[in-house]
Design a protein around this ligand. Sequence first.
Ligand SMILES: NC(=O)c1ccc[n+]([C@@H]2O[C@H](COP(=O)([O-])OP(=O)(O)OC[C@H]3O[C@@H](n4cnc5c(N)ncnc54)[C@H](OP(=O)(O)O)[C@@H]3O)[C@@H](O)[C@H]2O)c1
Length: 310
Amino acid sequence: MSTDSVNPVPGPGRIEHLALPAAAAIGRMLVLGGGYTGRRVAQALETAGVPVLLTHRQPSPSGREPGWLHFDPDQGALPTQADLAGVSHVLVTIPPNAGGRDPVLESLEAQLRRLEPAWVGYLSTTGVYGDSGGAWVDETSPTRPLLERSRARLACEQAWRRSGLPVQLLRLPAIYGPGRNPMVNLRNGTARLIHKPGQVFSRVHVDDIVGAVLHTIVLPSQARPDTLILADTCPCPSSEIMGLAAHLLGCQLPEVQRYADVAPTMGPMARSFWSENRRASSRRLRDDLGYRLLYPTYREGLPSCSGDFF
Ligand SMILES: NC(=O)c1ccc[n+]([C@@H]2O[C@H](COP(=O)([O-])OP(=O)(O)OC[C@H]3O[C@@H](n4cnc5c(N)ncnc54)[C@H](OP(=O)(O)O)[C@@H]3O)[C@@H](O)[C@H]2O)c1
C-alpha cells in the first residue's frame, strides 16, 4: 500500500481499534486524494482487510507501489477502467479545482458510473451553511454559503447529487489530528492567540472521520442519510484549545491579540475563517446512527496528538 510512501501518516491515534463487521461487503475501496484524511482512511481500511486504491498526483516513485493510483486530471493522468476493476466503494477527498468545479466529476464521472459503486462518500465542508452567528446548524439547516470557495463547494455537492451515483455528502468543520493541530503551530512559531468576542470554531478529529466512514459505509443504503455532518460536540473559541495545547507542551502562550487589531494584517484566507461563526451539530451521526465519537471534544482529541512531541 502506498499510504506512507511519500508522506508518513503521523501518530498512532486510535484508528487501529476501528474495525468493520465481518459481513461488510467491500470489494475494493477507491480513495480519491491521498492527502491528510485520504491517507488516514486508506490506512484504516487496509488494516481492516479492505483492498484500497489511493490516488496521488505524483506517479508512484518506484512504479510498483501496490494500491498507488496516479490521478492528476490537469496533467491528463487518468486511471483506466482496468485500473479500477473491482472498486465497489469510493471516497472523494479532493476539493473543487481553481475554477470551482469538481475535478473528479469532470474527469472520471463516466468511469465511476460504469463501476456501479454501492457507495460514494464526498467530503465537503460545513462552510456551505455560511454564517449562523454562532447558532447550531445541522443537516436540515438551509445552505447559505457566503465565501466564494463555499459557493463552489455547494455547486460541487449539487453536481455530485445530479450524477445519479449513490452519493453521501459528509460535511466537515476544521479537521485536526496528529501532525495538524495547535501544538504543531506552537512548536513551529506560527500560533497566534486571537480573541474575537463570541467567536467559536467547530472541529473534528481525523480519526472520527475515519470512524464515521467505517460506521456508515456498512449501513444498508436506506438507513444511510444522504447528508451527514461529522463534528465533535464542543465548538469553542480557538483560544481555548490553544490553552490546552500550551499546557500539554509545557510552553507559554503567545500574547493575546484582539481580532479587530490584527484583522487588517491577515491574509484573505485567514480572515475568511474568522468571518463566519457557527456550531456544527453531529447529533444525526451520534443519536440517529449510533456512532460513538472517539474524541467527543478537543480535551480528549488533543492529548492523543501529543505523541508527535514526546
Ligand atoms: N482541512 C480542513 O480543515 C477541512 C475542513 C473542511 C473540509 N475539508 C475538505 O475535506 C477534504 C479532505 O481534507 P484534507 O485536509 O484531508 O485535504 P488535503 O490534505 O489537502 O488532501 C486533498 C488531496 O486531494 C488532492 N488533490 C487536490 N486537488 C486535486 C486535483 N485537482 N486533482 C487531483 N487531486 C487533487 C491532493 O493532492 P496533492 O497531495 O498532490 O496536493 C491531496 O491528496 C477536502 O475536500 C477539504 O477541502 C477540509
